[in-house]
Design a protein around this ligand. Structure first.
Ligand SMILES: *Cc1c(COP(=O)(O)O)cnc(C)c1O
Length: 395
C-alpha cells in the first residue's frame, strides 16, 4: 500500500538524521535503580525530583482513595465527575498559592499539557488577543498558542528588551506573556520578577508554567512564585503534579475570575473525563510531604547533589549548562555524538536521556541528567566519573 510505503520512507529519513526515538520498558517503580528491558540501571532520567513517585505514604493514600471513591470518575467535571477529592485538592492548591495571587482559586487538570492548552485557548480566545511566547517554552505552551485564536509572537530567550518592545508595539486588547519558570531542557530560571513588572506595566497576563518548580522551589516547595516572592493579580500559575509531586495531573491557580473562565470556556477542561478521584486523594498526602519537614530535607538533599555533580565534572569539550536546579544538561552538539555518549553510558549501566531536535535547537543535542532526592552522593560520583571518562574517550 502506498500510504504505508510513504510512512516507512519518513521513518527511514528520521533514522538517517539520527532522530529516531526509542521506547524503553521499565519493569520497576520510578526510582534511581530501575530494571529496564531486563537490565538494572542507575537512572538520571525522571522528573521525580523529590523521590515521591514510589513513596509508601502516597501509595497508601492512593489505595485509600480507591476504597473511598473507586477507580473511575465516570464523567467530565461539569457532568458528574467532580468529586469531593478534586474539590479538596483544589482548595489545598489554592491555599498554597494564596500569598502570591489575589482571590486565589485552583483548578485540577488531568495533565499539564491540557492545563496549558486550556489557559492559552481560554485567555487567548479572541483574534484581538496576542500571546507573547518565550522561545524556549515547552511544547504544550507552543501547541496552546497554536490552538488559541490570538496572534502569536515569539520573543528571544530571556530577552526582556525585545519583549518590552513587542509589548509596546502591540495593539492587542488582551496580552498574555507566557513562559516556563524553569526551562525544561536547560535547567535555568526565567527572570520572573522583571517579566511581571513588564506585564503590570502593559496590563498583560503573566502565565507561568512551573512544571519543574512546583515542589522544588521556595522554602515550602510552593514553587517559583514563592521562590521570587511575587504577588500580583496579573499572575496565572500552572503547576504539574506528575513531576516533583510524584503522582499525576496539573493545576492552574489564579484569580477566581480566571478560574471561572476556564470552567466555562476551556475545552481541554470541559470535554474530557475527570481524572480518577483517588489520584486527587493521594495528592493531598503528596502536598503534606512537600510542605512538611520531609519536603524541606528532600529539597536540601537535591541541592547538595547538584553542587556535588557540578564540582566533580571536568569537561572541556562538552558543556555543562549553568543550572542550579535538578535539571543538569550537558550539551554535546551533533545528534550522532550525543547518541554515542548516551549509548556508552547505557553500556556502563547509567541511563541519561539524550535530547535531540526538535526538543532542543539543531546542533545542541545533549544529555539531560535529572537528579532526585532518592539519589545518593555515591550515585552522583558514579555519574560524574563516567561523564569525565567518556568525554576523554569520545572527543
Ligand atoms: C512536563 C511539562 C508539561 C506537561 O505536564 P504533564 O503533566 O506531563 O502533561 C508542561 N510544561 C512543562 C514545562 C513541562 O516540563
Amino acid at each position: 500500500m502506498k500510504l504505508l510505503a510513504a510512512l516507512d520512507q519518513q521513518l527511514r529519513d528520521l533514522d538517517a538524521q539520527s532522530l529516531t526515538r526509542r521506547l524503553r520498558v521499565v519493569e520497576t517503580p520510578c526510582a534511581p535503580r530501575m530494571t529496564v528491558d531486563g537490565r538494572e540501571l542507575l537512572a538520571f532520567a525522571s522528573n521525580d525530583y523529590l523521590g515521591l513517585a514510589a513513596h509508601p505514604a502516597i501509595a497508601a493514600a492512593l489505595r485509600e482513595g480507591t476504597e473511598l471513591y473507586g477507580t473511575g470518575s465516570g464523567a467530565s467535571h461539569l457532568i458528574s465527575g467532580h468529586s469531593r477529592a478534586h474539590a479538596q485538592l483544589e482548595e489545598r492548591l489554592a491555599k498554597m498559592q494564596n500569598a502570591h495571587l489575589e482571590s486565589a482559586k485552583a483548578l485540577y487538570f488531568c495533565t499539564g499539557y491540557m492545563a496549558n492548552l486550556a489557559v492559552l485557548t481560554a485567555l487567548g480566545a479572541s483574534a484581538d488577543a496576542e500571546i507573547f511566547s518565550e522561545a524556549l517554552n515547552h511544547a504544550s505552551l507552543i501547541d496552546g498558542a497554536r490552538l488559541a485564536k490570538a496572534q502569536v509572537t515569539v520573543y528571544p530567550h530571556a530577552d526582556l528588551d525585545a519583549l518590552a518592545a513587542r509589548l509596546q508595539a502591540s495593539r492587542a486588547t488582551v496580552k498574555l506573556v507566557v513562559t516556563d519558570s524553569v526551562f525544561s531542557m536547560d535547567g535555568n530560571l526565567a527572570p520572573l520578577p522583571q517579566l511581571l513588572a513588564l506585564c503590570e506595566q502593559h496590563d498583560a497576563w503573566l502565565v507561568v508554567d512551573d512544571a519543574h518548580g512546583f515542589g522544588m522551589l521556595g522554602a515550602r516547595g510552593h514553587g517559583a512564585l514563592e521562590h521570587f516572592g511575587l504577588r500580583s493579580p496579573n499572575l496565572v500559575y500552572v503547576g504539574t503534579l506528575g513531576k516533583a509531586a510524584g503522582v499525576s495531573g496539573a493545576f492552574v491557580a489564579a484569580h477566581a475570575s480566571v478560574i471561572e473562565t476556564l470552567v466555562q470556556r476551556a475545552r481541554p477542561y470541559i470535554f474530557t473525563t475527570a481524572a480518577p478521584p483517588a489520584l486527587a486523594h493521594a495528592l493531598l498526602t503528596s502536598m503534606d510531604l512537600i510542605e512538611g519537614s520531609e519536603g524541606v530535607q528532600r529539597r536540601a538533599h537535591v541541592q547538595s547533589l547538584v553542587a556535588r555533580l557540578r564540582e566533580a565534572l571536568r569537561l572541556r569539550h562538552w558543556r555543562a549548562l549553568p543550572s542550579d536546579t535538578a535539571i543538569q544538561p550537558i550539551v554535546i552538539g551533533a545528534n550522532e555524538d550525543a547518541l554515542r555518549a548516551g549509548a556508552a553510558l547505557y553500556e556502563q549501566g547509567l541511563w541519561v536521556p539524550v535530547i535531540r531536535p526538535p526538543t532542543v535547537p539543531a546542533g545542541t543535542a545533549r544529555l539531560r541528567a535529572t537528579l532526585s532526592a532518592a539519589h545518593t552522593h555515591a550515585d552522583i560520583d558514579r555519574l560524574a566519573a563516567a561523564l569525565n571518562g567518556l568525554e576523554k574517550e569520545l572527543t
